[in-house]
Design a protein around this ligand. Structure first.
Ligand SMILES: Nc1ncnc2c1ncn2[C@@H]1O[C@H](COP(=O)(O)OP(=O)(O)OP(=O)(O)O)[C@@H](O)[C@H]1O
Length: 341
């Protein structure tokens, strides 16, 4: 559905050339939810502007929904862009128009007749769950409702690709989750290909099938979300994964624990997929003469399975501790001994 080959984007500025996108190669399949994550300045916005033809690459080929976006212009580009819609962090709604009128806007531009337009707007309002709010103005809506209008408007002309530019970054965590659920629902119901850019790993974790990590204009790591969580290779990817798997207070808890329990081992267990359901702790207590303290843990759901991280403290006779560790290693659960007292 989307292919990028050796794509570069260089901006010429007064203080010299800035390479915003550096030799990016990506292939995004039809019906996929693909996430691009990176910190500020990584080149995400530049990349997304290249995908919808708002900007041309300095070099390289970009194909989206069957159109060679990098080399077409004029009517051809306008037609191609009907297939590529976008939602934004700050919604970009028309403030003097009601919900219904905002959603109707792209249909008016596309020349859709009034009766058909009204019918389509009603369908879209139902699809995004805004029934009863049709005549409200954007200023009368919550952030989540505004983004629902943005999504309905983006879907009006039945696009094949939806680009999401930090679409939940201005929303609180609960509203973020409801908008992400809506995107998954739309992806499943309409088979829409979704590309989203974000700096939040939670967003990737919750809805994406695959992810690309960007740093200094380059894609430094790419893969299935669960695999990237399981084996992050690059330091930047490890930092992003920790956003989700390791609560901020972990270091503090571990330091505190070592003070309170000067003996034993502190261990981080990483569960992926089915192993997250294994009754490991029960087995440890039953099989070995050791004390097991659960420090903290978190199991997160991704689109392709569960992913969890559990910090435990084991104490007991040295030999028994080593036998217990051996047992854990044999369960195909990833183990890291983070502190040996
Ligand atoms: N129009 C432009 N002219 C000159 N430089 C630009 C332009 N747009 C982006 N850049 C530069 O390109 C680099 C990548 O910026 P970009 O906005 O694509 O990153 P980003 O990952 O989207 O970050 P943010 O989330 O902060 O927007 C930055 O160094 C930025 O200053």
């Amino acid at each position: 559905m989307i292919t990028l080959e050796n794509v570069n984007k260089v901006y010429q500025t007064k203080s010299g050339n800035v390479t915003a996108v550096n030799n990016v190669n990506l292939k995004i399949e039809k019906g996929e939810i693909f996430g691009i994550i990176g910190y500020s300045g990584a080149g995400k916005s530049s990349l997304i502007r290249l995908l919808n033809g708002l900007e041309k690459p300095t070099s390289g080929n970009i194909s989206v929904a069957g159109s060679q976006i990098d080399s077409i212009g004029g009517v051809k580009l306008r037609k191609a862009r009907l297939e590529i819609s976008m939602i934004f962090q700050h919604f970009n709604l028309l403030w003097s128009r009601t919900v219904r009128e905002n959603i109707a806007f792209p249909l008016e531009i596309a020349g859709v007749k009034r009766a058909k337009r009204l019918k389509r707007v009603d369908e879209l309002i139902k699809l995004v769950g805004l029934e009863g709010r049709e005549d409200a103005y954007p200023s009368q809506l919550s952030g989540g409702q505004k983004q629902r209008v943005g999504i309905a408007r983006a879907l009006a002309n039945n696009p094949k690709v939806l680009l999401c530019d930090e679409a939940t970054s201005a929303l609180d965590p609960q509203t973020t989750d409801s908008i992400l659920d809506l995107l998954v629902d739309i992806n499943k119901r309409l088979g829409l290909t979704i590309v989203l850019i974000t700096h939040e790993m939670h967003v990737i974790r919750k809805i994406c099938h695959r992810v690309a990590v960007m740093e200094n204009g380059q894609v430094v790591e790419e893969g299935n979300v669960l695999d990237v969580f399981k084996h992050p290779n690059q330091p930047i990817t490890k930092r992003f994964v920790k956003q989700v798997t390791e609560p901020e207070e972990t270091n503090e808890v571990v330091a505190n624990l070592l003070e309170n329990y000067p003996k034993g081992k502190v261990i981080q267990l990483t569960f992926v997929g089915e192993s997250a359901e294994q009754p490991l702790i029960t087995n440890l207590i039953r099989k070995f003469a050791i004390d097991v303290n659960i420090l903290q843990g978190k199991i997160s759901q991704t689109q392709s399975g569960s992913y969890g991280s559990l910090f435990i403290h084991l104490d007991g006779d040295e030999q028994e501790l080593n036998r217990a560790l051996e047992f854990i290693y044999n369960q195909h659960i990833e183990v890291e001994v983070i502190a040996n007292a």
